[in-house]
Design a protein around this ligand. Structure first.
Ligand code: PEP
Ligand code: MN
Length: 377
């Protein structure tokens, strides 16, 4: 008996495209998707999504030519877990799975493929000039360091605010500014979506959708993002255990979308009251994500800081935990800080950000290989 949510694994002899095609068709019929992982003699087809209906066809699958085995396997987070178990207790381990975001420039930013991905931009798209200036600066910086395929933009258009009277973003007008930033630079962008009804429209614009900490358990939203089939950043709820975060990711994955990047952004704890720390960064959870899930995990150094002087320190600290990337809020010119309507205090100048990128690249060359070695990765 498998007492956790179940999934299916099918081993098919290599090169049997006809059978793989049948499996794909059947998966499609039940609203699932197939992910392949290559072995020496067999290809393993992982069926992604809610596989309960699909599993009723196990006998049919076992009878297809070239199928060596078809198993039901189980895990708490069945779509995203690194290890799932079959009924005989056997463990099946998956490799971590990179998530790609393609830019207009043709480059694919690959989270979880071994190199740090840099997401940079304003808290919010506040005016066109601001967005275009940051987009140009980010592109110039990426070109200078030869990392165009590792840089993308961020910017909020729909802003979740604690106080209802605070500025809540430009909405779709903000999205249009981000579109312009992409046109200008060729860099893809990520932006937050809060309303599940808006997901299809936002997905037509954004290259990647962000689910923010305040919507970390808004499951209608998660499912809509899952259905949109766009890569997504799922921030951890600032009061959520890692487990709750992983279940939240399952809501997206269960719709057949595995292109999820987890993002640690700090917790509300007893110790955040003194004012020196907006949120408490939980660095250890980055390692936990890598061990437990196949998903890339990035870190947000800005929101735990609340102060631009701490952002760089947070950013570099996350490298020690082998974060797959960072998402950082920046300012296009110092004079704008006093006009910035959200998160002004934690915005870092693009010049300082650029220095930090240099440091990350240096760290990646010299220290990361040693860290991987000593952490058995
Ligand atoms: C943001 O990215 O600006 C944001 C609101 O993030 P979070 O949901 O982590 O607070
Ligand atoms: Mn912000």
């Amino acid at each position: 008996m498998l007492d956790a949510p179940t999934a299916m694994l099918i081993e098919v002899e290599k090169g049997n495209e006809t059978t793989l095609g049948h499996i794909r068709d059947l998966a499609g019929r039940y609203g699932n998707r197939v992910e392949l992982s290559d072995g020496s003699l067999y290809v393993t087809a992982w069926i992604i999504g809610d596989t309960r209906a699909f599993e009723t066809r196990t006998d049919y699958l076992r009878g297809l030519p070239g199928v060596k085995r078809a198993w039901r396997v189980a895990a708490e987070y069945k779509n995203i877990a690194r290890v799932v178990r079959s009924e005989d207790g056997r463990a099946h381990v998956r490799e971590r799975r990179p998530v790609g975001v393609r830019g207009l420039d043709g480059h694919v930013r690959k989270f979880g493929a071994g190199k740090h991905i840099f997401i940079v931009g304003p808290d919010s798209a506040q005016d066109l000039q601001q967005v275009l200036t940051i987009a140009r600066a980010a592109k110039a910086m990426a070109e200078k360091f030869g990392i165009l395929d590792r840089v993308m933009l961020r910017g909020g258009a729909f802003k979740p605010r604690t106080r209802p009277t605070d500025w809540r973003g430009h909405g779709m007008k903000g999205v249009a500014m981000l579109d312009a930033g992409r046109e200008e630079s060729g860099l893809p962008y990520v932006t937050e979506v809060m309303d599940h009804n808006l997901v299809p429209e936002m997905a037509e614009h954004a290259d990647m959708l962000q689910i923010g900490t305040r919507n970390a358990q808004n499951f209608d939203l998660h499912e809509a993002v899952g259905r949109a089939g766009k890569p997504a950043i799922l921030k951890r709820g600032f009061g959520n255990e890692a487990k709750e975060w992983f279940y939240a990711a399952e809501y997206i994955a269960n719709q057949g979308n595995l292109d999820i990047v987890l993002c640690e952004r700090g917790m509300k704890t007893l110790y955040t009251k003194g004012g020196y720390c907006r949120f408490h960064p939980d660095f250890n959870v980055i390692t936990h994500c890598r061990k437990e899930t196949i998903l890339p995990v990035i870190f947000d150094p800005s929101h735990p800081a609340g102060d631009h002087q701490i952002v760089g320190q947070n950013m570099i600290a996350s490298l020690a935990y082998l974060a797959d990337g960072t998402i950082t809020e920046t300012l296009h010119e110092e004079g704008f800080r006093e006009q910035q309507l959200c998160d002004a205090a934690q915005a870092l100048s693009m010049e300082k950000y650029s220095r930090l990128v240099e440091a990350v690249l240096e760290f990646e060359q010299k220290i990361t290989p040693i860290l991987r070695e000593v952490s058995d990765e």
